[in-house]
Design a binder for this molecule. Structure first.
Ligand code: HEM
Length: 414
């Protein structure tokens, strides 16, 4: 538990659901980095770690900081949710993102045979086609909510194609995936959230089970067909492992990329000088996307469980406690990034950790970059003016410990 600290540090409270923190957590994170970089947050019942070096330690030492955090999620569930939990965990337990070696290593080796640079590079043309098709549908000069009209649809369609699921089912499958995530997210005040999570998981499992059976009879060029036959050290994946992995890719490859686009457009709206750099052609979209990832990272934090009593930043951490590596805060650490609160689309080098670090480093990184670069380039090229309607302070933000992004993004594109 937290040590006794000086009074001013006691006053520092990190409550992720606090509306002003949700709107702009950066000022509070800067104070935490300076005054209490390993901070006990009562609202989170865990340690909140904000500086770059400690966050790196948490993500790279998998023996001391375990990724197996589902048991802890389950421990905090109310009694009636336990039955739903057993059913959902049947698949969630196979998400490699929640596993330590050796299971993690084995699952990742299978997944790396289907999620890799050549596969992602081969999707470039198809990503461009989806971007153009969606932009063609947007009305010019009218205020639209960019999220349902573009940023959710684009990565959603890309990941559905990748998995071999019919694009037309995107909204239905996404609603199941969102419902399933109610189980691990921090959504409050959602009635029946565990029952919805259970139904979402069952519906998704039924869909993938069906597809597995179809691909066994008639293989296609998609990753599902390859995963069914993937063999590492003489062992194939079983159906629950394949279903869990498909669910994980669907979930991990979707909202994160949507928020990369949303947060990038918000960052540009607040920094017209940087938009001018990109429009003038003197900036380049490859470094710009890295800077957007750093400046307002789509993943707010990564959770781990302490496996042994240990000391970090003069704090005593106890076996079983939760720690959160706050990516958003580490990515603005002034010891690593010059002038970290400044958006600089030409920043290079840019060793941000928006995709994590260590053995769980995001397997979809090249695809997220390709999608971000193609979509933002197309949007900037097509529209001479991209204006945020209303005040940036009125933008509502997702209330989650995992995701960082707006829930509504009113834009006028002309
Ligand atoms: C901007 C978009 C994205 C961001 C910011 C992002 C971020 C992350 C982060 C921070 C992790 C590490 C989690 C941990 O250490 O516990 C991760 C893992 C992962 N991501 Fe991404 N991701 C993005 C897009 C994608 C895409 C497009 C895919 C797949 C198509 C994907 C697939 C995965 C997978 C499979 C893992 C698990 C890796 C492992 O546990 O070994 N991600 N991602």
């Amino acid at each position: 538990m937290a040590n006794d600290m000086a009074t001013d540090i006691d006053e520092l409270i990190y409550d992720p659901a606090d509306p002003s923190t949700l709107r702009n957590p950066h000022a509070l994170f800067a104070r935490l980095r300076h005054e209490d970089p390993v901070h006990w947050s009562e609202p989170m019942s865990g340690w909140v770690v904000t500086n770059y070096d400690y966050a790196t330690e948490i993500l790279t030492d998998s023996e001391v900081f375990s990724a197996e955090r589902l048991t802890s999620v389950r421990k905090h569930l109310p009694g009636p949710a336990q039955n739903a939990a057993s059913e959902i965990l049947r698949w969630l337990n196979h998400w490699m993102v929640f596993r330590d070696p050796p299971d993690h290593t084995r699952l990742r080796r299978h997944m790396a045979t289907v999620l890799n640079l050549p596969v992602f590079e081969s999707l470039r043309e198809s990503v461009r086609g989806i971007v153009d098709m969606l932009l063609d549908k947007l009305p010019r000069g009218e205020t639209i909510d960019f999220i349902p009209n573009f940023s959710i649809m684009m990565p959603g369609m890309v990941v559905m194609d990748l998995l071999g699921v019919d694009r037309t089912r995107l909204l239905e499958v996404k609603s199941w995936s969102d419902d399933m995530m109610l189980f691990i997210g921090s959504a409050r005040g959602v009635p029946d959230k565990y029952d919805r999570a259970r139904r979402g998981a069952l519906a998704m499992a039924a869909l993938f089970k069906d597809l597995i059976e179809q691909r066994r009879v008639e293989p296609k060029g998609d990753i599902l067909s390859q995963l069914i036959h993937s063999e590492i050290d003489g062992r194939q994946l079983n159906d629950d492992e394949i279903i869990g992995s498909m669910m994980m890719v669907l979930n991990g490859g979707h909202e994160t990329t949507a928020n990369l686009l949303n947060n990038s457009l918000l960052a540009l709206a607040g920094n017209p000088d940087q938009m001018a750099v990109l429009r003038s052609g003197s900036g380049n979209m490859v470094t710009a996307v890295e800077e957007f990832l750093r400046f307002d990272s789509p993943v707010l934090s990564i959770g781990r469980i302490v496996t042994q009593d240990m000391e970090l930043g003069n704090k005593q951490l106890t076996k079983g406690e939760r720690v959160f590596a706050m990516l958003l805060a580490a990515n603005r650490d002034e010891d690593v990034f010059d002038d970290p609160d400044r958006l600089d689309v030409s920043r290079n080098p840019n060793p941000h950790m928006a995709f994590g670090k260590g053995n769980h480093f995001c397997l979809g990184t090249p695809l997220a970059r390709i999608e971000g670069q193609i979509a933002l380039e197309a949007i900037i090229e097509r529209y001479g003016a991209i204006s945020l309607e209303g005040n940036v302070d009125d933008i509502p933000w997702i209330n989650s410990m995992v995701t960082r992004g707006p829930t509504r993004l009113p834009l006028r594109l002309t």
